[in-house]
Design a protein around this ligand. Sequence first.
Ligand code: GLN
Length: 380
Amino acid sequence: VAKRLEKFKTTIFTQMSMLAIKFGAINLGQGFPNFDGPEFVKEAAIQAIKDGKNQYARGSGTPDLNSAIAARFKKDSGLDVDPDKEVTVTSGCTEAIAATMLGLINPGDEVIVFAPFYDSYEATMSMAGAKIKCITLRPPDFAVPLDELKSVVTKNTRAIMINTPHNPTGKMFTRAELEQIASLCIENDVLVFADEVYDKLAFETEHISIASLPGMYERTVTMNSLGKTFSLTGWKIGWAIAPPHLTWGLRQAHSFLTFSTSTPMQSAAAVALRAPETYYDELRSDYSAKKAILVEGLKAAGFIVYPSSGTYFVMVDHTPFGCENDVVFCEYLIKEVGVVAIPTSVFYLNPEEGKNLVRFTFCKDEDTLRAAVERMKERL
Ligand code: GLN
C-alpha cells in the first residue's frame, strides 16, 4: 500500500459491521438505517431506468438535480447559487470530501480538523499531502476551544474542516462558534469545508450553514448528501456547493476520480429533494422517538450519556463498566451482550483521547432499539 495510506486500517464501520454479522449482535454501530427509503423516491429511480436515463450523466450532475439542490439550498440557507456553475454532484458526500481535498489542497498546506472526526477526513487529507492540525472537542458539550483554535491558525493554514451536526458526538456548532470560526477565516484568508450531511437531523436548534454567514460564501465548500435524509445510504448521491473559483478545483478532482455519478439515481434524487417540508418534519419526529428510546435505555443501562442535539448518533462514556478502553469495551459488548457500537479512538489523532468514548446510532426501527436496550440493561 502507498505510504500515504499506510497508517489506515479497514474502516472501523466495516470492521464493526462484519463483527455484528459474525456474532449475530444487534448493529448500533455503522450509521445505516435498517428500514427502507421512501416509496416515491424508489419509484422515481425505477421509472428513470425504464425511461432510458442510463448513460453517463453530465460530469457536474444532471441539470435537473443541480437545480433541485440549488433550490433546496436556497430554502435552507437563504443563499442563491447557480446550479450549473456552483453545484457539483458527487458519488456520496465522501467523494465530495475527497474531491475538495484533492482539488483545493496543495501538499504541505495546513488543514484544521476537529477531533473526534469522521475517518475519511484524515485519509483524504493524507492523500492530498495536507498537514493535519487537530483541535479536540471535549465532553460533556464538545464546545470549540476558541483560544486553542486561534493558536493553530497560521499563514500556512489553507482550510478548516467542520462537520455540523457533528458525527460522532451529535454536537451542533452554535451560531457564536460559527461566527468565531468565520471571523478567523476571513482575517487569515482561510477556506471552510463544511460537511452538513446531517443537517435535517437537527432536533433542538436550527441547522446553520456557515456559508450563509457574512463574507463566508466565497470561501466555503458546503457538502451534503441524500443518504441520511432519505434513508438511502447505498445510493451514494452527494454534492458540493461552492463559488465558481472553488468549484473549478473540486470539479477537476471529481472529473478524474469518478467523472460522473449514476444517472438514474440522480433523476430520483431530484424528485426526493423536491419533497414537501412535511417529509422532513416527519423524519425528525420519527428520529426523536428513536433517540428517546436509545438515550433512556443507555442511561438505564448505566452509561454516562452526553447530550446529542443532531445526527443519529449518541456518545457515551463506558467507564462505569470498568473496561480499560473503548476497543476492549466494544469487544465485550459484542461478544457478551450482543450489541455493536463504534469505538471512537480511531476518530482522534491521539487515540488516548477517545478511549472512554463509544458511539451508538439510533437509525434503526424501534423494536431493534428496544431489543438492544433490553440486552444492555440485562447483561451489562
Ligand atoms: N457515515 C456512517 C457512520 O458514521 C458510515 C459510513 C461508512 O461506513 N463509511 O456510521
